[in-house]
Design a protein around this ligand. Structure first.
Ligand code: 9MR
Length: 747
């Protein structure tokens, strides 16, 4: 359409004028239109359409009749190929679009026109009948001449008519300056402080002298007051900050606010109830991640869905999944387990640490002075298994354990006893996509030493915890653990391919000494056998200083072994030293927390926040909490509790990273089925879902387009497209569950 094109040119001209006003030396690439014929004045060429779509000119626009009944967005599409993209360059992607009847969803992408069809930018707006204009800015992560601008319209039940105009992809635009809305400058735990716990907040201000603060109750009356402590420049945010300690106030109350420097914080409670709720919500998260099982609407209102990956079309797995070509010549039934994250992949490595942290949450409740195992007992989590007299947390984790066991290479096959690293789609799928609608071929990836040891560790741990409830299952897991251990010893350095990242994550790791240590520790704690004690005692990992700034996660598993050796009763020679090493690690995290004006036990090297930093903060807090369990010293208890403040909103973005907790909370996590942001008929993630949090490497194009140059805590955006800062995963929620359970136990 010609008229709109003129407007666009005017904007472009203005921008060009603005650019010419830039001082010399700040040269910008010229804005160049990459799309041919985006205005459809006389023809639709060179745009293509899939064979099921009839597209043509209509009133100076491209209009197309979209069939109903296709499975995926990309099953009905129009697009243009041969688009050149330059790595690191910013582009402005714009178009107008309409759809009749109302409510159909468009997936507009800039990606690769050939396999593996990577998507560099995508949005999925809901179309209106009258039409809307859309513009987005993103940065290309690659150099290619085979780019594509695509408008994907399939996946709906009913046919509809789609029209578009003024499609533009301008290269050389200045990157957009994104300003997050960080709300009031007084930063608090937006959920709850414990009556007898520490109570701290952070004030962002340019003031260098101390300032008065006031704590107000729900009716606005001042119930406590004091002075801030100036803390200077905080490296993790680049802000000048003060801290506020109102721990002397110990009364239970709802909807308090903290006022300082003319700003009023978001409301919060002084009440332990939220942590009891979080203990359950963070664990309930797993049922809705289950693969191979219908999620019952009566158990999770708003989250019911058909079973995924049971070979019911269009699903093609997971009952008889082959290996990647050339890897094996058998198929395995690998149904069940939890989907890893927002994708439909299932990974033994990440399944392992998640299983461990949930089992350890339960095991801690058995062995520590504040542990309350009944709070994790039968009937607590509203599961299909509730009422079977087995603690619900064990029922939930068993769903994953059964899957991990199925990933073991069967007897008689090459590499028997090892575990396949992962099983996932052959190609990455788009969003949204319900598990039962995934049409991709599923494949087993090669067995690895790290996966095998994850199986050995968790199956061994399971053997001691499930024994009182199901002796046969305990015997089965222990046998599998022994087999896996022997297989890992026979193949000690079979690592995952770091380039095997198409269709699923790599979980690459080229060092298995920590996994050997962890597996030996679990096998020892379950069996007491000398072979395993010897391995533990002879491992260099046993005495190494493993509790560093990034703590532990799926790739750094030594702490899993160390913590269990410290907390689970055993006759290990030198066990006291092991316990002391945990206390030493906790002292370091406590020192970090005390020095940090946001009160967090996390200060990564060079201020580089890691992928999933929220759970690293929590895992460091787990070490502090474990020091309390070991020593009973209240400074550790208080440090562990205080760590929750960061996660619940005492941070630079003033947001809680837990869905449904706190006035401003993350709720658009990257997910193929909690994709409310893309399809209003789908839900947000369930209450109690942890977002990955700030990630300095911002690997995804969406984050790159918004957060270029971000400092530490600011490298996060609550958008479904930001898979590197805002995904949710089973391992991250496990850290949340463990800390929620600890804090709930302190009431
Ligand atoms: O959390 C994982 C992070 O530590 C890795 O660096 C990254 C690349 O392998 O993968 C992350 O895990 C993702 C996995 O690969 C696929 N499912 C979603 C996971 C969370 O983003």
């Amino acid at each position: 359409m010609k008229r709109r094109r003129t407007t666009l040119l005017t904007v472009t001209a203005l921008l060009a004028a603005a650019l010419t006003a830039l001082p010399a030396g700040s040269a910008q690439a010229e804005e160049v239109e990459q799309v041919k014929n985006g205005t459809f004045d006389t023809t639709t060429a060179p745009w293509w359409a899939t064979s099921n779509v009839t597209a043509g000119l209509s009133d100076g626009r491209l209009c197309a009749d979209i069939p109903g009944g296709t499975a995926n967005r990309w099953d009905a599409a129009v697009g243009q190929n041969d688009i050149t993209l330059v790595k690191g360059e910013s582009y402005r992607f714009g178009f107008t679009a309409s759809g009749a009847p109302e409510g159909n969803v468009l997936r507009a992408i800039v990606g690769l026109s050939v396999a593996p069809y990577d998507t560099y930018f995508e949005v999925s707006p809901q179309l209106s009948v009258s039409g809307n204009a859309y513009t987005y800015t993103f940065t290309s992560p690659v150099d290619t001449t085979q780019g594509q601008v695509g408008f994907q319209l399939g996946g709906g039940a009913d046919p509809f008519r789609f029209c578009m105009d003024d499609v533009s992809l301008l290269g050389g635009v200045p990157p957009e300056v994104y300003e997050p809305d960080t709300g009031p400058r007084v930063r608090v735990n937006q959920v709850a402080y414990l009556p007898a716990g520490p109570k701290n907040a952070t004030l962002v201000t340019d003031a260098t002298e101390k300032l008065p603060w006031q704590l107000k109750n729900a009716s606005g009356a001042v119930v406590a007051h004091g002075q801030t402590v100036p803390r200077g420049l905080d490296a993790s945010s680049g802000q000048n900050v003060h801290s506020i300690d109102f721990g002397a106030y110990r009364k239970r109350a709802k909807d308090l606010t903290l006022v300082a420097d003319g700003e009023t914080s978001r409301p919060f409670d002084i009440d332990p109830a939220a942590y009891e709720q979080l203990r359950l919500d963070s664990l309930k998260y797993y049922y809705t991640q289950r693969s191979g099982l219908e999620i019952r609407e009566d158990l999770r209102p708003g989250y019911g869905r058909p079973a995924g990956h049971l070979n019911v079309a269009p699903n093609r797995g997971d009952k008889d999944v082959p290996c990647q070509p050339g890897v094996c010549d058998y198929t395995l039934d690998v149904t069940g387990g939890w989907y890893d994250a927002g994708d439909h992949g299932k990974y033994v490595v990440n399944g392992g640490i998640s299983t461990w942290e949930l089992l350890s949450t339960y095991e801690r409740s058995l062995h520590t002075r504040t542990g309350q195992s009944d709070k994790l007992g039968d009937g607590t989590l509203d599961l299909p298994e509730s009422g079977n007299k087995v603690p619900d947390v064990l029922d939930e984790v068993r769903w994953e354990l059964e899957f991990l066991l199925k990933m073991q290479v069967p007897d008689g096959q090459p590499l028997a006893g090892m575990a396949h690293h992962k099983i996932h789609d052959e190609q990455w799928t788009g969003l949204p996509l319900m598990p039962d609608a995934d049409p991709q071929k599923r494949e087993l990836h090669p067995p690895t030493t790290t996966a095998t040891l994850n199986l050995a560790a968790t199956a061994a741990q399971a053997a001691r915890l499930y024994k009182p409830y199901d002796r046969a299952f305990a015997a089965k897991t222990l046998a599998a653990a022994r087999t896996a251990w022997a297989a890992a010893l026979a193949h000690p350095d079979t690592y995952p391919d770091p380039n095997d990242g198409i269709g699923g994550g790599t979980y690459a790791d080229d060092n298995a000494t920590d996994e050997f240590y962890w597996a030996a520790a679990e096998l020892y704690l379950t069996t007491g056998e000398k072979e395993f004690a010897d391995h533990v005692l002879n491992s260099p990992v046993h005495t190494a200083d493993i509790l560093g700034s990034l703590g532990f996660d799926w790739a750094r598993t030594a702490a899993a072994g160390r913590l269990d050796l410290a907390l689970v009763p055993s006759k290990l020679p030198g066990r006291d030293k092991v316990r002391q090493s945990v206390i030493k690690g906790a002292d370091r995290y406590l020192a970090t927390l005390k020095a940090h004006p946001y009160g967090m036990p996390y200060a990564p090297d060079k201020n580089l926040y890691d992928w999933g930093s929220s759970h690293q903060v929590l895992n460091n807090a787990v070490v502090i909490a474990s020091a309390y369990d070991i020593s009973g010293a209240s400074k550790y208890r208080d440090g562990a509790i205080q760590s929750m403040d960061y996660v619940f909103g005492r941070n630079a973005l003033n947001m809680s990273y837990v869905t449904g907790y706190g006035e401003a909370n993350a709720h658009n996590q990257h997910s193929r089925w909690y994709a409310h942001q893309l399809d209003p008929d789908l839900p947000n993630p369930p209450r109690g879902t942890l977002a990955g949090g700030p990630n300095s490497s911002i690997q995804d194009p969406y984050a790159q387009s918004k957060l270029q140059g971000c400092v530490g805590q600011f490298c996060y955006i609550d958008d479904i497209q930001s898979w590197s800062t805002n995904e949710h995963t089973i391992n991250w929620n496990a850290a949340l569950a463990r800390m929620a359970s600890f804090v709930a136990d302190q009431t």
